[in-house]
Design a protein around this ligand. Structure first.
Ligand SMILES: [Zn+2]
Length: 303
């Protein structure tokens, strides 16, 4: 952020410029409709005897504060309404002529606004404009040239991730494609995509698993009946299993950033076990799919 410089309101002006204590509840954005710098706007505001005042003036080089944030200012044209009595006023300089100086000032004002929102723990809904309070077309150039929503987006761009979660890119979930080795057919069965079907033929033991994702990596391993967990396999670098050994446990995880779910069908019990999401040999509840000692005759995987 550009430098923020505070100028003290002379004590003899307090009654005119900021007579009331204030607990701010909002920010009110203005355009100066002038071509003076922030320093000059504040100097002029504090030197005259008009009941017109604002907390900040922002130009392309700096931010100048002339009224403390715990005092009110007269800027919103709503008398003793919420604009004047609860609003932090930000004047964006150089709006009369516009151009690069104004655009830089507007950007700096957006950054100041974002900082104030963070300081007070406020959301973007606390950013208001002069015309919300009075029949005045202000901030005129921001409204006319830039658009209010664009200004709010500019502010959001300066807000931290905690206060303004970026809309998560609408990236679709990856697909998981998988197949199994069937001990009766003595071959790989056709690939299955997600949970559109399951891989396996009920009554035939599954001996090995092959899987990959449309995006990201999948890691998996199987336990074979009467034996042990076999080494972890990544994608289709290898398959998991032994062609002549029925599997009775399956573990899967991915780095795709979205949770994988998998389940198995037990041949002798003739039923699906619940979906599993974990990856742990020691957690027989959610760490792997299967019941050791029970042959698997179907598997299903989805995100
Ligand atoms: Zn205004």
């Amino acid at each position: 952020m550009v430098e923020l410089r505070k100028v003290e309101c002379p004590s003899e002006k307090v009654e005119i410029k900021c007579p009331y204590a204030m607990t701010p509840t909002r920010i009110v954005i203005h355009n100066t409709a002038n071509d003076a710098s922030a320093a000059n706007e504040i100097a002029y505001m504090l030197s005259n005897n008009k009941e017109t005042s604002f907390h900040f003036a922002v130009d392309d080089k700096e931010i100048v504060q002339g009224i403390p944030l715990n005092r009110n200012a007269w800027h919103a044209g709503d008398g003793n309404g919420k604009g004047n009595r609860e609003g932090i006023a930000i004047e964006i300089c150089y709006s009369k002529s516009g151009g690069e100086r104004f655009e830089a000032a507007q950007r700096n004002a957006a950054e100041l606004t974002a900082k104030l929102l963070a300081d007070y723990g406020w959301g973007i809904d606390k950013v208001t404009k002069h015309s919300d309070y009075a029949n005045k077309h202000c901030p005129h150039r921001t409204l006319d040239d830039y658009g209010w929503d664009n200004f709010l987006n500019l502010v959001k761009g300066f807000m931290g991730a905690e206060t303004a979660p970026e809309p998560t890119p609408t990236q679709s979930k990856p697909d998981v494609v998988y197949q199994i080795w069937d001990d009766v057919e003595n071959s790989w069965l056709p690939n299955v995509k997600n949970d559109s079907d399951y891989a396996g033929i009920f009554g035939h033991d599954v001996c090995a698993v092959f899987a990959n994702l449309s995006r990201g990596n999948i890691f998996y391993k199987v336990h074979y009946k009467g034996g042990k967990w076999l080494p972890e396999v990544k994608n289709r670098a290898d398959y998991a299993g032994l062609f002549n050994r029925p599997i009775d446990g399956l573990m899967m995880k991915t780095d795709a950033g979205t949770q994988i779910h998998y389940r198995v069908h037990l041949r002798r019990l003739g039923k699906w076990l619940p979906w599993v999401t974990g990856y742990s040999e020691s957690d027989n509840n959610n760490g792997y799919a299967g019941i050791l000692g029970q042959e698997i005759d179907g598997i299903q995987i989805k995100f």
